[in-house]
Design a protein around this ligand. Structure first.
Ligand code: IPE
Ligand code: IPE
Ligand code: MG
Length: 238
């Protein structure tokens, strides 16, 4: 008799894990360890992003946020910035339209005013055309958590507010209308937030892994999700 093959591990999340966010770190080191230019790590990282996005949708995640480019990443050499922007532009031409069988609703979060008009138009078009889809994907570009909070404050001032509460801020940050992330995963081995989702992460569970983003797999998502479910979220209670 042949032994039955073990079924591949299938997981499915419930309402406790609606929003997962990724700090996709480690692309540069992944390439450098292979003697390749850092830019190739970003291309590989983009492929991983598609794979993990598809998987998160499949297991029932409703909201996914990815940190693609921070307000601090402009400090990098121009050659690397250009390569990242080129990958981003290519994504807008195809992947954002096709990546999840049309189920994805894209929102670009960050200070988008820095991008040329033509790029902003592309972003707006993608957001418009995917607006009714069920799986929300936030792509953080030129994103900084502090910038986001300052932006929210200025928007409130422009509305004439002289006194604000927490709900006002929540309604004016880039993720307005969405639940805060339940789980924030950072790959690449560093244990810091690097200015990601500062307001929204107040009660997020963090998960850090040494795995470099281009190596990140479905199995790694399963591990983070299992760890998430093993934790007790107390929100200050007992
Ligand atoms: C993350 O990978 C991607 C971006 C910040 C754009 P890195 O490029 O930071 O990779 P490491 O951390 O240098 O390995
Ligand atoms: C955080 O990674 C930003 C993104 C993943 C887009 P960085 O590589 O920029 O963070 P630091 O510089 O190590 O804090
Ligand atoms: Mg890094």
């Amino acid at each position: 008799m042949f032994r039955k093959k073990q079924p591949k591990q299938e997981i499915h999340v419930d309402e406790r894990l609606q929003h997962i966010a990724f700090i996709m770190d480690g692309n540069g080191r992944w390439a450098q360890r292979r003697g390749m230019p850092r830019e190739l790590g970003h291309s590989q990282g983009a492929a991983t992003f598609r794979k993990i996005g598809r998987y998160c949708e499949k297991i029932g995640i409703k909201y996914m946020t990815v940190y693609a480019f921070s307000t601090e990443n402009w400090k990098r050499p121009q050659k690397e910035i250009d390569a990242i922007m080129k990958i981003f532009d290519e994504f807008m031409e195809d992947a954002f339209r096709e990546m999840y069988d049309d189920n994805v609703k894209v929102r670009f979060i960050g200070n988008l005013s820095i991008f040329p008009e033509s790029v902003r138009e592309k972003m707006a078009k993608i957001e418009r055309e995917t607006a009714e889809k069920p799986f929300s994907l936030n792509v953080a570009v030129n994103y900084g958590g502090r910038e986001e909070i300052v932006h929210a404050c200025n928007a409130l001032i422009a509305e004439g507010k002289t006194n604000v509460n927490e709900a006002d801020i929540s309604d004016h940050i880039y993720t307005f209308g969405q639940p805060d992330p339940d789980l924030i995963v950072r790959t690449g081995g560093d244990i810091r937030t690097s200015n990601f989702l500062l307001w929204q992460s107040a009660y997020a569970e963090y998960y850090f892994t040494k795995t470099l983003w281009p190596d990140y797999s479905e199995k790694d998502v399963n591990e983070a999700v299992e760890e998430f479910y093993s934790r007790k979220r107390r929100y200050g209670g007992v």
